[in-house]
Ligand binder design. Structure first.
Ligand code: ATP
Length: 306
Protein backbone atom coordinates (compact mmCIF):
# COMPACT_ATOMS: atom_id res chain seq x y z
CA UNK A 1 0.00 0.00 0.00
CA UNK A 2 2.60 2.50 -1.03
CA UNK A 3 1.88 6.17 -1.55
CA UNK A 4 -1.23 8.00 -0.68
CA UNK A 5 -4.17 6.48 1.19
CA UNK A 6 -7.59 6.31 -0.52
CA UNK A 7 -9.10 8.41 2.26
CA UNK A 8 -7.33 10.67 4.75
CA UNK A 9 -9.20 12.71 7.33
CA UNK A 10 -7.58 14.85 10.02
CA UNK A 11 -9.32 16.81 12.74
CA UNK A 12 -12.69 16.81 11.02
CA UNK A 13 -15.40 18.86 12.73
CA UNK A 14 -19.01 19.54 11.87
CA UNK A 15 -21.75 21.08 13.99
CA UNK A 16 -25.44 21.59 13.31
CA UNK A 17 -26.17 24.63 15.44
CA UNK A 18 -25.43 23.59 19.00
CA UNK A 19 -25.05 19.90 18.11
CA UNK A 20 -21.43 18.91 17.54
CA UNK A 21 -21.95 15.91 15.28
CA UNK A 22 -18.27 15.36 14.42
CA UNK A 23 -15.59 16.43 16.89
CA UNK A 24 -12.08 15.90 15.64
CA UNK A 25 -12.36 12.76 13.56
CA UNK A 26 -9.18 11.19 12.16
CA UNK A 27 -9.30 8.44 9.59
CA UNK A 28 -6.99 6.79 7.10
CA UNK A 29 -8.20 4.12 4.71
CA UNK A 30 -5.78 2.35 2.37
CA UNK A 31 -6.48 1.54 -1.26
CA UNK A 32 -8.23 -1.82 -1.57
CA UNK A 33 -9.32 -1.86 2.04
CA UNK A 34 -12.82 -2.66 3.30
CA UNK A 35 -13.34 -0.34 6.25
CA UNK A 36 -16.43 -0.48 8.46
CA UNK A 37 -17.52 2.53 10.46
CA UNK A 38 -19.49 1.46 13.52
CA UNK A 39 -21.16 3.51 16.20
CA UNK A 40 -24.39 4.14 18.04
CA UNK A 41 -27.25 6.16 16.57
CA UNK A 42 -26.27 9.79 16.33
CA UNK A 43 -22.52 9.12 16.70
CA UNK A 44 -21.72 11.06 13.54
CA UNK A 45 -21.22 8.30 10.96
CA UNK A 46 -23.59 9.63 8.32
CA UNK A 47 -22.33 13.19 8.73
CA UNK A 48 -18.72 12.04 8.29
CA UNK A 49 -19.53 9.89 5.26
CA UNK A 50 -21.57 12.66 3.67
CA UNK A 51 -18.58 15.00 4.02
CA UNK A 52 -16.36 12.40 2.33
CA UNK A 53 -18.93 12.05 -0.45
CA UNK A 54 -18.97 15.82 -0.95
CA UNK A 55 -22.60 16.12 0.13
CA UNK A 56 -21.79 18.22 3.18
CA UNK A 57 -19.13 20.80 3.89
CA UNK A 58 -17.04 20.42 7.05
CA UNK A 59 -16.54 23.23 9.55
CA UNK A 60 -12.87 22.34 10.06
CA UNK A 61 -10.32 19.67 9.29
CA UNK A 62 -8.52 18.18 6.32
CA UNK A 63 -10.22 15.72 4.01
CA UNK A 64 -8.65 13.94 1.07
CA UNK A 65 -10.57 11.40 -1.01
CA UNK A 66 -8.51 9.81 -3.79
CA UNK A 67 -6.29 12.88 -3.58
CA UNK A 68 -9.17 15.34 -3.98
CA UNK A 69 -10.97 17.65 -1.60
CA UNK A 70 -14.58 16.46 -1.92
CA UNK A 71 -15.90 19.92 -0.99
CA UNK A 72 -14.68 21.14 -4.40
CA UNK A 73 -17.17 18.85 -6.19
CA UNK A 74 -14.78 18.02 -9.00
CA UNK A 75 -16.09 15.83 -11.81
CA UNK A 76 -12.73 14.05 -11.81
CA UNK A 77 -13.49 12.76 -8.30
CA UNK A 78 -17.15 12.02 -8.94
CA UNK A 79 -16.14 9.72 -11.83
CA UNK A 80 -14.01 7.62 -9.48
CA UNK A 81 -16.36 7.09 -6.54
CA UNK A 82 -19.62 5.18 -6.21
CA UNK A 83 -22.29 6.11 -3.74
CA UNK A 84 -25.13 3.80 -2.84
CA UNK A 85 -28.06 6.00 -2.00
CA UNK A 86 -30.85 4.74 0.22
CA UNK A 87 -33.34 5.34 -2.60
CA UNK A 88 -32.23 5.39 -6.19
CA UNK A 89 -34.69 6.91 -8.62
CA UNK A 90 -34.60 3.99 -11.04
CA UNK A 91 -37.34 3.90 -13.65
CA UNK A 92 -39.55 1.01 -12.39
CA UNK A 93 -40.65 -0.18 -15.84
CA UNK A 94 -37.11 -0.75 -17.09
CA UNK A 95 -35.55 -4.17 -16.99
CA UNK A 96 -32.61 -4.62 -14.63
CA UNK A 97 -30.03 -4.69 -17.42
CA UNK A 98 -31.61 -1.65 -19.10
CA UNK A 99 -31.57 0.33 -15.85
CA UNK A 100 -27.87 -0.39 -15.31
CA UNK A 101 -27.17 0.43 -18.98
CA UNK A 102 -28.81 3.80 -18.53
CA UNK A 103 -26.40 4.69 -15.72
CA UNK A 104 -23.40 3.24 -17.56
CA UNK A 105 -24.20 5.76 -20.27
CA UNK A 106 -23.28 8.61 -17.93
CA UNK A 107 -19.63 7.52 -17.69
CA UNK A 108 -16.73 7.69 -20.09
CA UNK A 109 -15.34 4.35 -18.92
CA UNK A 110 -18.15 2.32 -17.44
CA UNK A 111 -17.68 -1.10 -15.92
CA UNK A 112 -18.81 -3.92 -18.26
CA UNK A 113 -22.51 -4.70 -17.79
CA UNK A 114 -22.09 -8.44 -17.27
CA UNK A 115 -19.42 -7.86 -14.65
CA UNK A 116 -21.71 -5.53 -12.71
CA UNK A 117 -24.65 -7.92 -12.85
CA UNK A 118 -22.48 -10.80 -11.72
CA UNK A 119 -20.82 -8.87 -8.89
CA UNK A 120 -24.14 -7.86 -7.37
CA UNK A 121 -25.70 -11.28 -7.96
CA UNK A 122 -28.58 -10.23 -10.22
CA UNK A 123 -27.84 -12.63 -13.08
CA UNK A 124 -31.18 -14.37 -12.62
CA UNK A 125 -33.05 -11.06 -12.61
CA UNK A 126 -31.31 -9.52 -15.60
CA UNK A 127 -34.46 -9.27 -17.71
CA UNK A 128 -36.86 -8.66 -14.85
CA UNK A 129 -38.65 -5.33 -14.50
CA UNK A 130 -37.28 -3.18 -11.70
CA UNK A 131 -40.70 -2.85 -10.07
CA UNK A 132 -40.89 -6.64 -9.71
CA UNK A 133 -37.68 -6.92 -7.69
CA UNK A 134 -37.80 -7.83 -4.02
CA UNK A 135 -36.51 -5.33 -1.47
CA UNK A 136 -33.15 -7.08 -1.23
CA UNK A 137 -32.79 -7.32 -5.01
CA UNK A 138 -33.68 -3.65 -5.24
CA UNK A 139 -30.82 -2.81 -2.87
CA UNK A 140 -28.48 -4.88 -5.00
CA UNK A 141 -29.60 -2.92 -8.03
CA UNK A 142 -28.76 0.25 -6.10
CA UNK A 143 -25.23 -1.10 -5.68
CA UNK A 144 -25.13 -2.09 -9.36
CA UNK A 145 -25.91 1.50 -10.28
CA UNK A 146 -23.18 2.78 -7.97
CA UNK A 147 -20.80 0.42 -9.81
CA UNK A 148 -21.77 1.70 -13.27
CA UNK A 149 -18.82 4.09 -13.47
CA UNK A 150 -16.35 1.42 -12.31
CA UNK A 151 -15.53 3.30 -9.10
CA UNK A 152 -12.27 2.84 -7.23
CA UNK A 153 -14.01 3.76 -4.00
CA UNK A 154 -17.48 2.75 -2.94
CA UNK A 155 -19.54 4.16 -0.08
CA UNK A 156 -22.03 1.64 1.29
CA UNK A 157 -24.42 2.99 3.88
CA UNK A 158 -25.99 0.18 5.94
CA UNK A 159 -26.01 -2.16 2.95
CA UNK A 160 -28.04 -4.96 4.51
CA UNK A 161 -30.58 -3.21 6.73
CA UNK A 162 -33.89 -5.00 6.32
CA UNK A 163 -32.42 -8.01 4.54
CA UNK A 164 -33.38 -11.57 5.34
CA UNK A 165 -30.49 -13.80 6.49
CA UNK A 166 -29.95 -15.33 3.04
CA UNK A 167 -29.98 -11.94 1.32
CA UNK A 168 -27.45 -10.65 3.86
CA UNK A 169 -25.09 -13.50 3.05
CA UNK A 170 -25.46 -12.72 -0.66
CA UNK A 171 -24.74 -9.06 0.02
CA UNK A 172 -21.62 -10.08 1.92
CA UNK A 173 -20.50 -12.12 -1.07
CA UNK A 174 -21.06 -9.03 -3.15
CA UNK A 175 -18.80 -6.93 -0.92
CA UNK A 176 -16.16 -9.67 -1.07
CA UNK A 177 -16.41 -9.63 -4.87
CA UNK A 178 -15.88 -5.89 -4.82
CA UNK A 179 -12.90 -6.27 -2.56
CA UNK A 180 -11.28 -8.88 -4.78
CA UNK A 181 -11.78 -6.60 -7.78
CA UNK A 182 -9.51 -4.13 -5.94
CA UNK A 183 -12.10 -1.55 -4.92
CA UNK A 184 -11.87 0.35 -1.64
CA UNK A 185 -15.08 0.13 0.36
CA UNK A 186 -16.23 2.32 3.22
CA UNK A 187 -19.29 0.85 4.82
CA UNK A 188 -21.43 1.80 7.78
CA UNK A 189 -23.35 -0.87 9.60
CA UNK A 190 -25.11 -1.62 12.86
CA UNK A 191 -24.48 -5.35 12.45
CA UNK A 192 -21.34 -6.42 14.27
CA UNK A 193 -21.23 -9.80 12.57
CA UNK A 194 -21.27 -7.99 9.24
CA UNK A 195 -18.25 -5.92 10.21
CA UNK A 196 -16.54 -9.01 11.63
CA UNK A 197 -17.02 -10.94 8.39
CA UNK A 198 -16.33 -8.20 5.86
CA UNK A 199 -14.05 -5.55 7.21
CA UNK A 200 -10.28 -5.50 7.01
CA UNK A 201 -10.47 -2.77 9.61
CA UNK A 202 -13.17 -1.35 11.80
CA UNK A 203 -13.44 2.11 13.32
CA UNK A 204 -15.76 2.66 16.26
CA UNK A 205 -17.09 6.19 16.39
CA UNK A 206 -18.60 7.61 19.55
CA UNK A 207 -19.68 11.23 20.01
CA UNK A 208 -18.10 12.30 16.75
CA UNK A 209 -14.63 10.77 17.10
CA UNK A 210 -12.99 7.39 16.59
CA UNK A 211 -12.55 5.68 19.97
CA UNK A 212 -11.11 2.39 18.73
CA UNK A 213 -9.76 1.10 15.47
CA UNK A 214 -8.18 -2.06 14.12
CA UNK A 215 -8.90 -5.35 12.44
CA UNK A 216 -11.81 -7.27 13.97
CA UNK A 217 -9.25 -9.68 15.46
CA UNK A 218 -7.25 -6.82 16.99
CA UNK A 219 -10.36 -5.30 18.52
CA UNK A 220 -11.51 -8.64 19.85
CA UNK A 221 -8.12 -9.13 21.47
CA UNK A 222 -9.01 -6.25 23.80
CA UNK A 223 -11.22 -8.61 25.67
CA UNK A 224 -10.59 -12.03 27.23
CA UNK A 225 -11.23 -14.57 24.51
CA UNK A 226 -13.74 -16.70 26.36
CA UNK A 227 -16.56 -16.06 28.81
CA UNK A 228 -17.60 -18.92 31.08
CA UNK A 229 -20.95 -18.37 32.75
CA UNK A 230 -23.21 -20.45 34.99
CA UNK A 231 -25.73 -20.22 37.78
CA UNK A 232 -25.06 -21.27 41.38
CA UNK A 233 -27.71 -22.01 43.95
CA UNK A 234 -27.75 -19.48 46.84
CA UNK A 235 -25.15 -20.05 49.52
CA UNK A 236 -22.56 -21.77 47.35
CA UNK A 237 -20.49 -18.79 46.22
CA UNK A 238 -17.62 -20.18 48.34
CA UNK A 239 -16.74 -22.61 45.54
CA UNK A 240 -15.53 -19.55 43.62
CA UNK A 241 -12.96 -18.61 46.28
CA UNK A 242 -9.77 -17.58 44.55
CA UNK A 243 -11.44 -16.72 41.24
CA UNK A 244 -10.81 -13.02 41.62
CA UNK A 245 -12.86 -11.74 38.71
CA UNK A 246 -15.96 -13.91 39.22
CA UNK A 247 -18.93 -11.55 39.09
CA UNK A 248 -22.50 -12.19 40.10
CA UNK A 249 -24.89 -10.34 37.80
CA UNK A 250 -27.37 -10.04 40.68
CA UNK A 251 -29.49 -13.01 39.71
CA UNK A 252 -27.11 -15.77 40.80
CA UNK A 253 -25.49 -15.92 37.35
CA UNK A 254 -21.69 -15.73 37.42
CA UNK A 255 -19.28 -14.78 34.66
CA UNK A 256 -15.57 -15.48 34.36
CA UNK A 257 -13.34 -14.22 31.57
CA UNK A 258 -10.33 -16.25 30.48
CA UNK A 259 -8.05 -16.74 27.52
CA UNK A 260 -8.46 -20.52 27.37
CA UNK A 261 -11.13 -22.24 29.44
CA UNK A 262 -9.86 -25.81 29.82
CA UNK A 263 -8.08 -25.43 33.14
CA UNK A 264 -10.77 -23.20 34.59
CA UNK A 265 -13.54 -25.63 33.67
CA UNK A 266 -11.61 -28.51 35.18
CA UNK A 267 -11.09 -26.69 38.47
CA UNK A 268 -14.61 -25.34 38.57
CA UNK A 269 -16.39 -28.60 37.81
CA UNK A 270 -14.14 -30.40 40.31
CA UNK A 271 -15.16 -28.01 43.05
CA UNK A 272 -18.83 -28.16 42.06
CA UNK A 273 -18.82 -31.97 42.11
CA UNK A 274 -17.09 -32.04 45.49
CA UNK A 275 -19.69 -29.65 46.89
CA UNK A 276 -22.58 -31.51 45.23
CA UNK A 277 -23.57 -28.36 43.36
CA UNK A 278 -24.79 -28.14 39.78
CA UNK A 279 -23.27 -25.43 37.53
CA UNK A 280 -26.67 -24.69 36.03
CA UNK A 281 -26.90 -23.25 32.51
CA UNK A 282 -23.15 -23.57 32.06
CA UNK A 283 -22.05 -21.74 28.93
CA UNK A 284 -18.65 -21.28 27.30
CA UNK A 285 -18.68 -18.49 24.72
CA UNK A 286 -16.07 -16.86 22.51
CA UNK A 287 -15.91 -13.07 22.62
CA UNK A 288 -17.47 -11.40 19.60
CA UNK A 289 -16.94 -8.01 18.08
CA UNK A 290 -20.32 -7.12 19.53
CA UNK A 291 -19.02 -7.68 23.09
CA UNK A 292 -16.11 -5.35 22.42
CA UNK A 293 -18.37 -2.82 20.71
CA UNK A 294 -20.76 -2.80 23.66
CA UNK A 295 -17.84 -2.30 26.07
CA UNK A 296 -16.63 0.64 23.98
CA UNK A 297 -19.98 2.30 23.52
CA UNK A 298 -21.75 1.51 26.78
CA UNK A 299 -20.89 4.93 28.24
CA UNK A 300 -21.87 6.75 25.05
CA UNK A 301 -24.62 9.27 25.34
CA UNK A 302 -25.55 8.50 21.73
CA UNK A 303 -28.83 9.78 20.43
CA UNK A 304 -30.21 10.69 23.82
CA UNK A 305 -27.80 13.62 24.05
CA UNK A 306 -29.06 15.11 20.81
P1 ATP B 1 -27.37 6.68 12.81
O1 ATP B 1 -26.65 5.46 13.24
O2 ATP B 1 -28.61 6.91 13.61
O3 ATP B 1 -27.56 6.81 11.34
P2 ATP B 1 -25.11 8.54 12.69
O4 ATP B 1 -23.94 8.02 13.43
O5 ATP B 1 -25.10 8.40 11.22
O6 ATP B 1 -26.46 7.95 13.30
P3 ATP B 1 -25.44 11.37 12.20
O7 ATP B 1 -26.62 11.18 11.31
O8 ATP B 1 -24.18 11.77 11.57
O9 ATP B 1 -25.21 10.10 13.10
O10 ATP B 1 -25.85 12.44 13.32
C1 ATP B 1 -24.95 12.98 14.26
C2 ATP B 1 -25.66 14.03 15.08
O11 ATP B 1 -25.98 15.15 14.27
C3 ATP B 1 -26.99 13.59 15.69
O12 ATP B 1 -27.08 14.15 16.96
C4 ATP B 1 -28.02 14.12 14.74
O13 ATP B 1 -29.22 14.38 15.42
C5 ATP B 1 -27.37 15.40 14.25
N1 ATP B 1 -27.76 15.74 12.87
C6 ATP B 1 -27.55 14.99 11.76
N2 ATP B 1 -27.98 15.62 10.66
C7 ATP B 1 -28.48 16.80 11.07
C8 ATP B 1 -29.09 17.92 10.39
N3 ATP B 1 -29.23 17.93 9.06
N4 ATP B 1 -29.49 18.94 11.16
C9 ATP B 1 -29.32 18.96 12.47
N5 ATP B 1 -28.75 17.96 13.17
C10 ATP B 1 -28.35 16.89 12.49
Amino acid sequence: MSGEAAITVRGLRKAYGAIEAVRGLDLEIAHGEVYALLGPNGAGKTTSVEILEGHRDPDAGEVSVLGHDPARHEAALRERIGIVLQTTGVEPYLKVAEAIEQYRGYYAQPRPLDEIIETVGLTGQRDQRVRRLSGGQQRRLDVAIALAGDPELLFLDEPTTGFDPAARRQAWDMVRNLRSSGATVLLTTHYMDEAEHLADRVGVIVDGAIVAEGSPAELMARRAAVTVSFRLPPGHAAILDGFEDARDDGSGRYELHVESPTELLHELSGRALAAGVELAELRVERATLEDVYLDLTSGAAGEQAA
